[in-house]
Ligand binder design. Structure first.
Ligand SMILES: Cc1cc2nc3c(=O)[nH]c(=O)nc-3n(C[C@H](O)[C@H](O)[C@H](O)COP(=O)(O)O)c2cc1C
Length: 413
């Protein structure tokens, strides 16, 4: 287990933002919050890329519920204790990270901006925050760990054929590459369609049409990046789809082989196989959190998959307090779905999370700023998290839990 020293956020060039006096590229002036990045991400890449990064299930109801539920959480500050901005370094599984948030696992970020996987991994390493490579990510776990080093985690989806041969091989590779934690995603029992993607022409089998080609031509920055990095091909999955498999062949492989949700019995088998920290992602019910603890998980992520599955699910932040109470310190509790600011991170910490993840916020950063996006998102979240905790009188992340909270949407089970 790693015990290396944290690189403090403030001394890291990737996160020397508002608090540091320099704003070398003027990024803070133009994009002071993640909302500004989202607005720019709508313009800079082709339209289908924005629909991919931004769209949710159904009418985006799950996404707006996550945002509204987070916005409804009020933290009542106490004054007279803080004299300066608090440190926000956070220990997870024996490693001290610079901040209580990381990059959520995502398939296909290279469609948002070619080369995105590498940019996310490098920025995470530079800032010392967790980076999770998704199973359908655009690079191999070997490359991810080379770039992200001691902050590299791996997320696994389910490939049941031949007694989970593919999943087992990926876990073996993840271990050999030095992955810090294995994240098993539980919350995709069904494959759902996101209407905005369908209308934008993102479907499987993938057939780029004339409209897409014109769209790409009208976005030369993206096109140049694509020519530099090549067509994204789901590098982690590619070897299993056949030697030199085309994008279409990999997508067919995913359609046929990646299916269903892990049963608890299957999770238990992966628990035996994987010796490092095991994280179960996608939990919304305290009973499932209980099962996760029983099966030997080291951590859970309370999540509704960022509103990308079925839009009837509750906001993750609303499920968080009951789930955290049930876990009762027996495992690390983390949360994602809807995090767009340091105030959101503080809300999650106050309601029982030890750490959070963001997905779309990083994609908006990539869409707006390409290679510079991920570092700027980290920079914004670091500064805002410190400010939010300082404002409520929390001298470190765990103290956020001491504040008085109004949480109208809190679920009771
Ligand atoms: C484009 C996109 C692709 C995603 N792909 C995966 C994936 O491959 N595996 C996974 O566990 N979660 C995946 N997620 C869900 C994220 O890990 C995370 O739960 C979610 O994005 C958090 O919500 P937020 O986007 O509001 O921050 C994806 C999310 C997005 C936006």
């Amino acid at each position: 287990m790693d015990t290396s020293e944290a690189k403090p956020a403030a001394s890291n060039p990737a996160v020397a933002g508002n608090s540091g006096l320099e704003d070398r590229f003027g990024l803070h002036q133009r994009y002071p919050t993640i909302a500004y990045l989202r607005a720019a991400a709508r313009r800079r890449p082709p339209a289908f890329a924005f629909e991919y990064m931004d769209g949710g299930a159904g009418e985006d109801g799950g996404i707006s519920r996550n945002w509204a539920a987070l916005a409804a959480v009020e933290l009542v500050p106490r004054y007279g204790v803080m004299t300066e901005l608090p440190p926000i370094d956070t220990e997870l599984f024996g490693h001290r990270y610079a901040a209580p948030f990381g990059v959520a696992p995502m398939g296909g970020p290279a469609f948002v901006w070619p080369g995105a996987d590498e940019y996310l991994a490098r920025a995470s390493q530079a800032a010392n925050v967790p980076y999770v490579l998704g199973t359908p990510g655009g690079m191999t776990i070997e490359r991810a760990c080379e770039l992200a080093g001691d902050v590299c985690w791996f997320q696994l989806y389910r490939f049941p054929r031949d007694d989970h041969a593919v999943g087992k091989d990926m876990v073996r590779r993840a271990a050999a590459a030095g992955t810090r934690a294995l994240v098993i995603t539980l919350d995709t029992p069904v494959r759902t369609t996101r209407p905005r993607e369908v209308v934008a022409g993102i479907r499987s089998p993938f057939r780029p049409d004339l409209r897409m080609a014109i769209d790409v031509m009208l976005h030369p920055g993206w096109l140049v990046a694509m020519m530099r990095h090549g067509i994204p091909r789901f590098a982690m999955l590619r070897p299993y789809a056949g030697e030199n498999a085309s994008l279409e062949q990999v997508m067919r492989f995913v359609r046929q082989e990646m299916r269903g949700a892990f049963s608890w019995e299957e999770v238990a088998r992966y628990r035996d196989l994987w010796k490092g920290p095991l994280v179960l992602k996608g939990i919304l019910h305290p009973e499932d959190a209980e099962r996760a603890v029983e099966v030997g998980a080291d951590a859970i992520v309370v999540s509704n998959h960022g509103g990308r599955q079925v839009e009837a699910l509750p906001a993750a932040i609303d499920a968080l307090p009951a789930v955290a109470a049930r876990v009762g310190g027996r495992a690390t509790v983390m949360m994602d779905s809807g995090i767009r600011s340091g105030a959101d991170v503080a809300r999650a910490l106050a309601l029982g999370a030890q750490a959070t993840f963001a997905g779309k916020a990083f994609l908006w950063g990539l869409g707006a700023l390409g290679s510079r996006g991920p570092a700027h998102v980290i920079d914004i979240l670091v500064e805002e998290t410190r400010a939010a905790l300082g404002q409520i009188g929390a001298r470190r992340p765990a103290e956020a839990r001491n504040v008085v909270i109004r949480h109208p949407g809190a679920l009771r089970f």
